[in-house]
Design a protein around this ligand. Structure first.
Ligand SMILES: Nc1ncnc2c1ncn2[C@@H]1O[C@H](COP(=O)(O)OP(=O)(O)OP(=O)(O)O)[C@@H](O)[C@H]1O
Length: 599
């Protein structure tokens, strides 16, 4: 677990930002063991590829110095050297190919594992955390951040290893030939080597700005697309267009600046190479006259210099990529290091028996991370099969109560019990089987009504879905739709009306066949006919089950067996509707405002 976890603000995702580079790599390898598999062989191949590169200059030197004797060319020797060079070139090519293939296969396998683990963990993160972390940012962590790691591991990583190897081996060979010429080469490249860190920092800053600008650009574009209706309704196209234009201009200038740094370091690499070659020739000839070096060695040097050029030209870019990849890796590891606070007891957990569930809140308190208490001293017992309506002013804590009841969050104090068992001890599978939450806005996927209903019971047949629709009195509505169960609901169910979306949500809930139904009643008004249909479906859905409804309608409170009144996080009144109306208090006020609205 990362060092930052302990300091993490409750309910937020670990950013992993303070994880040192080496620790990041170690943790990353632990999470994706595939990255380590066969790494030894891959590195061996990298060594073969590197050594192969320097064999050619050596054979040239040998041919020039020993193949062209005073007695004329030694054909046998030259052929042997030529063959050696050919074998070296072939070996380098094959080794590079196999190495790269192995590397990207392993890297992609390892990163697929990382993605899968991160996605699974996102599911286990407390709902609260998912709300706190911007959802888009979570998505980017498991997609583009992993891509950055992948890019680097496949291209940058191996290039870095081979490059460093190339420079080391070339330097050793140069030293064997002539330390003076080696010094010339190193002096020519020294300014670039020394400024690599400086370049890398500039590049990193520049690309950091580019990434931020990409984010700004995406949100500037997403806003008018997602909120197209509002943008048009308020005729603010010009303002949003201006934001997009500004974002595009800012992105363009940041990118140009970043590319400028890359181009500069690239050119400097070429310049250093040219200088080194010239220096080698001048000093080499001078040393040659002093009989300190052979012609073949000078030519070999010219070849060896080229082994320096590419690595240093790409060096700054590789360093930046490495930094980006590490940052990406840290962010994904950060997800995995965020504890799944809602621990599922799994197979060891209790299993709820079938039949209406008894509910109890025992001294429950709750506060959102860093916030004040939202629920206090909640003691509430609901007998099996009872129909309870929870009412209260907006912000009084009703939805929070529902989330605790369905274990989307755990209480900060006290406990929630179902059939006398703490919800924390009930296996998730059993909990999801027996308890259903129908939220205000049921989330519909862009698929058919059939697919959406099947979220309630995966694999439900058409006749089972129809049976549910018949029991809820929805079959004539379903048959009245243009394509029945095959009707596509559009993104987030946009092709249906708000009331129809609720009907699909009820159908889905009915297919679960729960023993405890928790409903967050929709506030949006629907046409009277649909309203009646919904009321009838709800009535049937609740029958024979324990139900807790967050009520916004007078009729729901009137029909409930018991009304629970929440005010500023506490239960202030309980009882039947008529009794509470007579009692007055908070319920009296709520009732009066309902009557004023609809009476
Ligand atoms: N994710 C959250 N993070 C921080 N505070 C929250 C969060 N959700 C709700 N709250 C706060 O908790 C309090 C209770 O909210 P809750 O949603 O339970 O009220 P409610 O009674 O259901 O309101 P409404 O009828 O408007 O839905 C409010 O003050 C709200 O600001």
């Amino acid at each position: 677990m990362s060092t930052t976890t302990s300091e993490r603000v409750a309910g937020t995702v670990d950013t992993g930002e303070e994880l040192p580079a080496l620790q990041t790599i170690r943790r990353g390898m632990e999470i994706s063991p595939e990255l380590r598999q066969g790494l030894g062989v891959t590195l061996l191949l990298a060594l073969v590829a590197t050594i192969g590169q320097v064999v050619v200059p050596i054979t040239i030197q040998q041919t020039l110095d020993h193949g062209l004797g005073p007695a004329g060319p030694d054909t046998g020797f030259m052929v042997r050297m030529g063959l050696l060079a050919a074998v070296a070139i072939l070996a380098t090519g094959v080794a590079s190919y196999v190495m790269t293939t192995r590397l990207f296969t392993q890297a992609e396998r390892g990163l697929a594992t990382l993605r899968i683990k991160a996605f699974r963990h996102v599911h286990d993160l407390p709902l609260l955390t998912q709300n706190t972390e911007r959802r888009g940012a979570l998505v980017s962590r498991v997609t583009s951040d992993v891509d950055q790691v992948s890019q680097f591991l496949v291209f940058g990583g191996i290039f870095a290893i081979v490059s460093i190897g190339q420079i080391i081996v070339a330097t050793v060979i140069m030293l064997v030939y002539s330390w003076q010429l080696c010094l010339v080469v190193w002096l020519c490249f020294a300014p670039l080597f020394l400024s690599l860190r400086w370049f890398q920092q500039r590049l990193s800053d520049a690309y950091g700005t580019v990434r931020r600008q990409v984010g700004a650009l995406l949100s500037a574009i997403a806003e008018p697309v997602v909120g197209a209706t509002v943008v048009r309704a308020y005729a603010v196209q010009d303002r949003t267009q201006q934001r997009i234009d500004d974002a595009i201009a800012a992105h363009q200038s940041a990118s140009t600046k970043a590319q400028g740094f890359t181009a500069f370091s690239f050119s400097l690499g070429g310049l250093s190479g040219g200088l080194a070659n010239a220096g080698v020739l001048i000093v080499g000839i001078w040393l040659g006259f002093a009989d300190q070096i052979s012609a073949g060695e000078v030519i070999a040097f010219a070849f060896l210099v080229t082994l320096f050029v590419m690595p240093v030209q790409m060096g700054t870019q590789i360093l930046t990529d490495a930094q980006n990849a590490l940052a990406g890796w840290r962010r994904v590891i950060g997800i995995l290091d965020t504890p799944a606070e809602l621990v599922d007891p799994g197979a060891d957990g209790a299993v709820l028996p079938r039949g209406p569930i008894a509910v109890e809140f025992r001294d429950v308190g709750f506060a959102y991370p860093g916030g004040p208490p939202v629920l206090r001293d909640i003691d509430l017992a609901i007998a099996p099969g009872t129909r309870v309506a929870v009412v209260g002013e907006t912000g009084s804590g009703k939805s929070t109560l529902a989330k605790l009841l369905t274990r989307l969050m755990d209480p900060t104090d006290g406990s929630v019990l179902l059939d006398d068992v703490d919800v924390r001890q009930i296996s998730n599978a059993s909990l999801r089987r027996s308890v259903v939450l129908v939220p205000q806005e049921g989330f519909l996927i862009d698929a058919t009504i059939r697919e959406n209903a099947r979220w309630g019971r995966l694999g439900a047949t058409d006749s089972e879905i129809r049976e549910s629709a018949i029991e809820l009195g929805l079959v004539d509505w379903l048959d009245g739709l243009p394509h029945g169960l095959d009707t596509v609901v559009g993104q987030r169910g946009e092709s249906l009306s708000a009331g129809e979306r609720q009907l699909v949500a009820l159908l889905r809930a009915h297919l679960v066949d729960p023993d405890l139904l928790v409903l967050d009643e929709a506030t949006s008004a629907v046409d009277p006919q649909l309203e009646m249909r919904m009321a009838r479906a709800l009535e049937r859905l609740m029958s024979g089950r324990t139900s807790v409804t967050i009520a916004h309608r007078l009729s729901t409170a009137e029909n409930a067996d018991e009304v629970v009144v929440v005010d500023r996080g506490r239960i202030v009144q309980r009882g039947r509707h008529q009794d509470l109306v007579a009692e007055g208090g908070v319920y009296g006020n709520l009732h009066a405002s309902w009557v004023a609205q609809h009476g």
